[in-house]
Design a protein around this ligand. Structure first.
Ligand code: GTR
Length: 335
């Protein structure tokens, strides 16, 4: 069995891709290696596991995926770099670490760009979603599918956030993305980009006051134990994405490419069912734990302050087209 460790991966990459690129025969006959920051029972990991079962069945055992969960291969940013260079075959990440090099991903990460979950799902399943997945290829990644990530809201160790004024002066951890830094600063808080694995400690030590995430991540990371105020701003609905290294992809036959695409697509409805159940379970556990959960007074106060980041980060014609297409889908998706 081929064992993959963070050191082997990095070493492999530094040695010209011994694991990923150099040892071609080996790479082509072993399972795809895939990374995820979440633990083994998280819906994104379960979905990729289900995709692996489909691949295995339909390829007569030739294709499958070995998942390295729990961030064991490193942060999303580091593992993405490995994926681009071909040192890692697949990766399930949020769109945030892609914002810096694939501008189209910014559009799905804008604050309050989706008016509801059905709107978000319709956009991802339709032409805008396809366009963002396709836009990754020039950057060395093949976008296979999106997974849900719900809505992100702020949590902190100090106080409930009811109006943007309550955000003033708070130190809020954000993902590694300038867009997120700007969003948080637009509310008068201080943004601190930090890897997810460091947030728990950061909250414990008071290095940061808070962060923002969806119900399942707030629960699975146990951040709710140290930051007991969760305020439902729902400011971002940026999805997760499953990507494959373009180098690995181009070594596949056309039949196998089609199989990988189909199995990825089929894992999406499965993930959504798991996701919906996980949101309810996380909400129940968090509420029962004594966390103070509050609705904000007027969500449009937050939206109005964050809105200028749209102008700042939407610059190219292809971004503008995407944004327009997504906004045109608003209103019809709930039907
Ligand atoms: C989660 C997401 C992760 C990662 C994390 C974070 O919701 O699933 O991929 O982006 O948030 O905040 O770092």
């Amino acid at each position: 069995m081929v064992r993959l460790t963070r050191r082997a991966l990095t070493g492999g990459l530094m040695a010209g891709g011994a694991l990923g690129l150099g040892a071609c025969g080996d790479v082509l006959s072993r399972p795809f290696f895939s990374s995820d920051t979440h633990s083994a029972d998280y819906p994104t990991v379960e979905a990729v596991r289900m995709m692996s079962r489909l691949l295995d069945e339909r390829s007569g055992g030739r294709l499958s995926i070995r998942i390295y969960s729990g961030g064991q291969l490193g942060s999303e940013r580091d593992t993405l770099e490995l994926t681009v260079f071909g040192g890692l075959d697949m990766n399930r990440v949020n769109l945030a670490p892609l914002n810096a090099f694939a501008p189209e991903t910014v559009i799905l990460s804008l604050p309050f760009v989706f008016e509801s979950e059905p709107h978000m799902r319709a956009a991802l399943d339709g032409a805008p979603g396809r366009a963002v997945l396709d836009a990754l290829e020039p950057h060395g990644l093949i976008g296979l599918c999106f997974y849900d990530s719900g809505a992100r809201s702020f949590y902190n160790i100090r106080r409930p956030i009811r109006t943007p004024d309550d955000m003033r002066g708070l130190k809020i951890r954000v993902q590694n993305s300038d867009l997120y830094v700007s969003m948080v600063e637009a509310l008068g808080a201080n943004a601190t980009p930090m890897d997810l694995s460091e947030v728990y400690q950061g909250l414990m030590q008071g290095v940061i006051d808070g962060a923002e995430n969806n119900w399942p991540s707030y629960e699975s990371t146990r951040h709710f134990e140290t930051a007991p105020f969760y305020s439902l701003t729902g400011h971002v609905m940026a999805p997760e994405v499953l990507v494959m290294s373009a180098r690995r992809w181009h070594a596949l036959s056309d039949t196998d490419k089609a199989l990988v695409s189909t199995c990825a697509r089929e894992s999406v409805p499965y993930m959504r069912d798991l996701w919906d159940a996980r949101v309810s379970a996380a909400r129940e556990r968090i509420t029962a734990s004594g966390v103070e959960v509050n609705e904000v007074d007027d969500v449009s106060d937050f939206a109005d302050l964050m809105r200028p980041v749209w102008e700042r980060f939407v610059r190219t014609p292809s971004q503008q087209r995407l944004l327009e297409d997504i906004r045109n889908m608003a209103g019809g998706a709930d039907a």
